[in-house]
Design a protein around this ligand. Sequence first.
Ligand code: ADP
Ligand code: MG
Length: 260
Amino acid sequence: MGVTLEIQNLHAKVDGEDISILRGVNLTIKQGEVHAMMGPNGSGKSTLANVLMGNPAYEITEGDILLDGESILEMEPDERSRAGLFLAFQYPVAIPGVTVANFLRHAINARMKEQDPESKGISIPAFRKMMMEKMGKLEMDSSFAGRYLNDGFSGGEKKRAEILQMAVLEPAIAILDETDSGLDIDALRIVAEGVAMLKGPNLGTLVITHYQRILNYIKPDHVHIMFGGRVAESGGAELALRLEEQGYDWVREKYGEPVS
Ligand code: ADP
Ligand code: MG
């Protein structure tokens, strides 16, 4: 039995404000499944990603998030990460002074220590070998490992660094928030093929995207439309194609302009 992420009737707002952004999100993602979450700008997609990872800027007012049957609401973001959740950010932050390689090695070691407090962590040669292998698969130049994380990275490089983190950390459930936004067609292909390559029985993915194009590479099993802070529609790949052809107008007509 694989790991399951269950989002139950989730309501959330910006901490200290009154207006709800998420207004009853229900969604279940199992290891091995690829879900696409689409929806117009402002519908709450990034808020959902942030709330899943425990961003303290948001307050959950109702509902629950279960990972493997256990509520994660009281867990800090790093605990959620060690429990197998991963979020690729829409806007990754730079960490000058910390190389990509060091960042990844520390992340792996933190995980190994969680499983075994006596663990000395991964050896440097073993880590290098593993990282170079994953970078090769993602068509990344080896010099990338020695650069400071996201410092001066192009849009495409930042997104590739996120995918590399995902490849190295091997999460049970990964959430990709608009990993395709701001990429030219070549960068999009490499990032999307990277994600498609990581697809497998041990990875459940929530691909958040405004556009259908990344889904040509990452074939989703389920497609959802977020509207007004809820999952308004769910279906198969045909739902994404309908959005590609018809845009979001029919969704707005069917569900009305969201009210606050
Ligand atoms: P999407 O990712 O679907 O475009 P978001 O989740 O980013 O939508 O935003 C949903 C709504 O919540 C928007 O109206 C946005 O302005 C508001 N919102 C989200 N995060 C914040 C925040 N930290 N502070 C204020 N408003 C926010
Ligand atoms: Mg967003």
